[in-house]
Design a protein around this ligand. Structure first.
Ligand SMILES: *[C@@H]1O[C@H](CO)[C@@H](O)[C@H](O)[C@H]1NC(C)=O
Ligand SMILES: *[C@@H]1O[C@H](CO)[C@@H](O)[C@H](O)[C@H]1NC(C)=O
Ligand SMILES: *[C@@H]1O[C@H](CO)[C@@H](O)[C@H](O)[C@H]1NC(C)=O
Ligand SMILES: *[C@@H]1O[C@H](CO)[C@@H](O)[C@H](O)[C@H]1NC(C)=O
Ligand SMILES: *[C@@H]1O[C@H](CO)[C@@H](O)[C@H](O)[C@H]1NC(C)=O
Length: 267
């Protein structure tokens, strides 16, 4: 669904600036031999000797090429928007491989053990500070809370990598920085016209996701957020921020490699 929306977005951007028919029209006029008058020999005027055998097929190839270029340009010009929205979603799903209740049978969630409390602390703190209609921090929500934190960190890291040094670049039209746009794009997918409230499924189970406003405001623990919006320590967002939870990577409390190493030392 999100990918579909993204495609629609891309298409709508195209429609203002780019008409695929232009490519065909250009092709038709590229091979005109101007030294032959159309009224003299229209065939030789319209079809120079340079013309490819199947002009339209070549044009179609060119169109595909051009679309790819446009898509790449759009991607790079709007990297913060893409990563905040699609990047977070993909990161969230990847996060499910690394983060889950460690007492499960999967191997990868092994990494979670030391971070579980950290994750739940943040969501509970945000829930306490920002409760709208309702919110809870329950064990059933652990996996998705962790995946949210992981997903945002992953998308942000990619953004830093791609934009190195340009995070604070202001997009004049929007009067926001690239980094701010990333967080807007992340948040926007959770917008709703009503107060955030706990959702209980038909079977009586809690929806495993935290409520919308808590999912968004838990962003407070990401140092990039504080930096992007220059948040003072005594702001509500910063007061509800708990320690940043690092789930995976060299700064994570435990990695499989390190554990193996420690186990070997003990032997
Ligand atoms: C253009 O037309 C001129 C005059 O007929 C001809 O000599 C020339 O080869 C043509 N050029 C091409 C590229 O078709
Ligand atoms: C296709 O693209 C090439 C390279 O840009 C260009 O030289 C050629 O004229 C184009 N052909 C058509 C049929 O559009
Ligand atoms: C969440 O915070 C409330 C209020 O401080 C506390 O009573 C509750 O035990 C906490 N729950 C979790 C899961 O941390
Ligand atoms: C993890 O799973 C164990 C065993 O199923 C359960 O007792 C515990 O409450 C779970 N912890 C969390 C935070 O979900
Ligand atoms: C642009 O944003 C800055 C900082 O958020 C603000 O101070 C400024 O007034 C804004 N400018 C316009 C034209 O809205």
């Amino acid at each position: 669904m999100r990918i579909l929306l993204f495609l629609i977005f891309i298409t709508s951007v195209y429609s203002n600036t780019f008409d695929p028919a232009d490519v065909f029209e250009n092709a038709l006029l590229t091979y005109v031999n101007k030294s032959v008058c159309p009224c003299e020999n229209f065939y030789r005027h319209a079809c120079s000797f340079d013309s490819p055998r199947n002009l339209m097929a070549t044009a179609l190839k060119n169109l595909t090429y051009e679309l790819r270029q446009k898509q790449a340009d759009l991607f790079w010009n709007h990297i913060t928007l893409v990563l905040g929205f699609t990047g977070f979603s993909v990161g969230h799903e990847i996060g499910h491989s690394f983060f889950a209740n460690h007492s499960g049978t999967d191997i990868l969630p092994y990494f979670s053990e030391n971070v579980e409390k950290c994750v739940q602390n943040q969501f509970n703190s945000t829930c306490n500070e920002y409760k709208e209609e309702s919110c809870v921090t329950r064990n059933e929500m652990l996996d998705d809370n962790g995946a949210d934190i992981f997903g945002l960190q992953l998308a942000y890291k990619l953004m830093e990598k791609y934009l190195s040094g340009r995070l604070e670049e202001r997009i004049e039209r929007l009067n926001v920085t690239q980094e701010q746009l990333f967080f807007y794009s992340f948040a926007n997918q959770f917008c709703s016209g009503s107060l955030s409230k706990v959702f209980i499924e038909e079977e009586g189970d809690y929806d495993p996701h935290s409520v919308n406003n808590v999912r968004v405001n838990a962003v407070a623990q990401h140092p990039g957020f504080r930096k992007a919006f220059n948040c003072p320590d005594n702001s509500r967002m910063m007061k509800s921020a708990t320690e940043q939870c690092i789930i995976y990577g060299e700064n994570a409390p435990e990695t499989r490699k390190r554990k193996k190493f420690q186990d070997n030392l003990r032997k």
